[in-house]
Design a protein around this ligand. Sequence first.
Ligand code: NAD
Ligand code: ZN
Length: 366
Amino acid sequence: MAVVKVDLAGRSYDVHIGSGLTGNFAEECGSLLRKPRVPIITDSNVHSHWREPIALALEAAGKQAAWLVHEPGESAKSWDGLSRTVEWLLSEEVERGDHIVALGGGVIGDLTGFAASMLKRGCGFIQVPTSLLAQVDSSVGGKTAINVPAGKNLVGAFHQPSLVLADTDVLATLPEREMRCGYAEVIKYGILGDVAFFDWCEANGPRVIAHDREAIEYAVTQSVKAKARIVAEDERETSGARALLNLGHTFGHALEAETGYSDRLLHGEAVALGMVLAARYSARRGYLSEDEAQRISSAISASGLATEIASLGLDCSGQALANHMLHDKKMDAGTLPFILLRGIGKAFFDREVALDYVAAFLTEQL
Ligand code: NAD
Ligand code: ZN
């Protein structure tokens, strides 16, 4: 097992990464579980696969799991999902010194973290991420939120977990398409800041998708280290360091908006396409060599993710796609914050990107 420490001003927490953590759940959580009843929030997919090992592990330690099971999917990250969660936690008599367990993907982690941030003015929570995306991205860093009619993740809080248990065994039941989506965020860390990790991904990406245990543990550990480093530098997204994590996301969000945030294009798939577009756009501007842009595209394609937006068969113009970016919540004082590349592992923040130029570039790609 690997342990990565997330060091923040004034406090820190550990991320445990490895096999067998859920089977050892009570010991892993240790004194964070003060009471015999342990409130666990999850979704029905995760519950059907992983309820039993966790319940048994708690029973062996003289504790009992209390479950709140949401429907799978983004719909749980809503006002309804939040009120259901908070009311249930109150009925379970959770107190400020207690810890709530978030067992699930990014949806359950974001929802539970937000509920924990407000319950009794802030109680503790433990992230037990069960999707690859949640293990490498959403469970670390303390961003929590729900979606509202005005947009995704617009209502939320910064609230850090006390512990993250990333059990690589739980990924065994994750659908392959979700594995690939999580992998997009894995290779992102290499492309944005670590060429040696990119080299590793180039050689080993297909092993991660194929559930090779050793490859997954390495990929999750390197990803969490990268995220922990960036979050420690910029906990509340004020200095710009954390913005680098948005590599591929501005292009990606435009594609998600155009496809209606539907199953047609999942977030990780959009980010994969977005990173290829960011690389090609960087090459077009002369920041990155064509060879490096091609290497990025090939490495992403080797893991089974699409790299051509033409494959989506979108019926829209490059201008229409660019217009979606104007509505991106990360727009800052009228400038579009693009993360571009000066080389593999050398992402940088460019505030000077002209939307017309991006629109023309996208028209060529469609
Ligand atoms: P998700 O939570 O919807 O999980 C994806 C699907 O996989 C769901 O159907 C879920 O039921 C299923 N699943 C999860 N674990 C499983 C397992 N072990 N076995 C079988 N099925 C399993 O989505 P996600 O991709 O994990 O997370 C996406 C969410 O994360 C979005 O809402 C996004 O906004 C958020 N997010 C947050 C941050 C952050 O910093 N807080 C970062 C990135 C993404
Ligand atoms: Zn993302």
